[in-house]
Each structure stands twice: as structure tokens, then as C-alpha cells.
Design a protein around this ligand. Structure first.
Ligand code: 3NM
Length: 209
């Protein structure tokens, strides 16, 4: 994986969108996002065949634009549709086990401490996501707000390991996250709920790419 692909990493599921998610993804791609994660979670999220059908649609949109399509948590779905990768949390299997299953795909891991970071690196993760950097209303069960300190610590310890910040990141604070040493920003609301996802994505590109 190329760490430049993390620069503007858009994440979304249907519950994060007020317009059809396909439309929002296409607008975000026009604005210049560099990677996409399908994160179909929460009340009213699609499941089963409906979720798979939507994943295939979004994957095809990403393929046409040459943007990696990553699936959040659902390793079986990622394997079944041959996604470009999967993003897992601390509750999931180790990155080394997941890597075996997705054969050559990208494996991202959420980490919240230096210990979790070191384990993810040792297990062969391709990148880590860390947060919440800032307060967020999008995910209710987050760890305490961490600011940018952990990003700085991780970057100091492993200068070339790809890191992305997540949680409450906006076009206003994205520069701070990059300055701390992140390779990019993971963003849900600031793009999915923007009046113009294209314009929002383009502003992130200006700051992060
Ligand atoms: N993970 P928004 S915070 C999915 O801290 C997710 O691990 C987080 O959404 C973590 O960009 C978060 O709308 C939500 O704040 C990010």
C-alpha cells in the first residue's frame, strides 16, 4: 500500500448519508478522495444480501475511479467480493490472521495506545487509524478524545509507518492532524453531510495531499 492513498480517506455507510450513498461517493470522488471505506453500521444499517449488493455497487464506483475500496469489520464480505482491503478494530482477529484470509489485500487496524500500535505493526498491518482525535458524534462507543499527541508519538517511533487520524476531523482542523505526522485523515461527517461533498473533499485534498 502507498501511504499517499491515505491522504483523504472517506468513510461512510447509509446511516451517515442524507442523500443516496452512491451519489455522495461519486461527488466525493470528483472532489479527489484517495481511498474509501464502506462502514455499514448502526440502527437501520443494511445487512445480508442488501448490504452485499450495496457494497458491490460502491466497489464498482471505486474501481472506475481507481480508488481502493475497503470494508469495515466484515471480513467475510471483504473476502467474498474481493475488496481491496479490510479495516478492523481491537475486538477483531489479529491483522496477521486477517491478512491470511484476504490474500494480499490492505489490512488497516484501529489503535488507541502505543501498545496497540506496536502490536498492529508487529502483526503486519498496512496502516493504522487512531482516534478520536477530536470529539465526534458519529461513533458513540469511542475511547476518550486523544488529540494529536498519540499520532506524534507513533510517528516518532516508526517514521515511515502509515498513520491516519480519525474522529471529528474537519477542513478546519485537518492541517493540525497532518502537522502531527499523520499521512492522512479519515473523515465521515465532514464529507458525507457536507452541502457539497465534492467541495468538502476538494478542501481536504488541498490540506492533506
Ligand atoms: N472511529 P466523524 S471515531 C468510525 O476513534 C470512527 O476509532 C473512531 O466520524 C475512533 O468523521 C469514528 O464523523 C467516527 O467524526 C468518525
Amino acid at each position: 500500500m502507498n501511504s499517499e492513498q491515505l491522504a483523504v480517506y472517506f468513510i461512510a455507510g447509509t446511516t451517515n448519508c442524507l442523500k443516496p450513498i452512491e451519489q455522495i461517493l461519486q461527488e466525493a470522488i470528483k472532489g479527489g478522495i484517495t481511498m474509501f471505506q464502506f462502514r455499514e453500521k448502526g440502527a437501520n444499517a443494511k445487512t445480508g444480501e442488501e448490504k452485499k449488493a450495496l457494497a458491490l455497487k460502491l466497489q464498482s464506483i471505486c474501481r472506475s475511479a481507481d480508488i481502493p475500496f475497503i470494508v469495515n469489520d466484515d471480513i467475510d464480505l471483504a473476502v467474498e467480493i474481493e475488496a481491496d482491503g479490510v479495516h478492523i478494530g481491537q475486538e477483531d482477529e489479529a491483522a496477521s490472521v486477517v491478512r491470511e484470509k484476504i490474500k494480499g489485500g490492505i489490512v488497516g487496524v484501529s489503535v488507541h495506545t502505543m501498545e496497540e500500535f506496536e502490536k498492529a505493526v508487529a502483526d503486519g498491518a498496512d496502516y493504522v487509524g487512531t482516534g478520536p482525535v477530536y470529539p465526534t458524534a458519529t461513533k458513540l462507543d469511542t475511547r476518550p478524545v486523544a488529540g494529536t499527541v498519540l499520532i506524534q508519538q507513533m510517528k516518532n517511533q516508526q517514521p515511515s509507518f502509515p498513520i491516519v487520524g480519525i474522529g471529528g476531523i474537519t477542513v478546519q482542523n485537518a492541517a493540525e492532524v497532518m502537522k502531527a505526522g499523520a499521512d492522512g485523515v479519515s473523515v465521515i461527517t465532514a464529507i458525507s453531510m457536507a452541502k457539497s461533498p465534492e467541495a468538502a473533499a476538494a478542501r481536504f485534498v488541498e490540506t492533506c495531499k
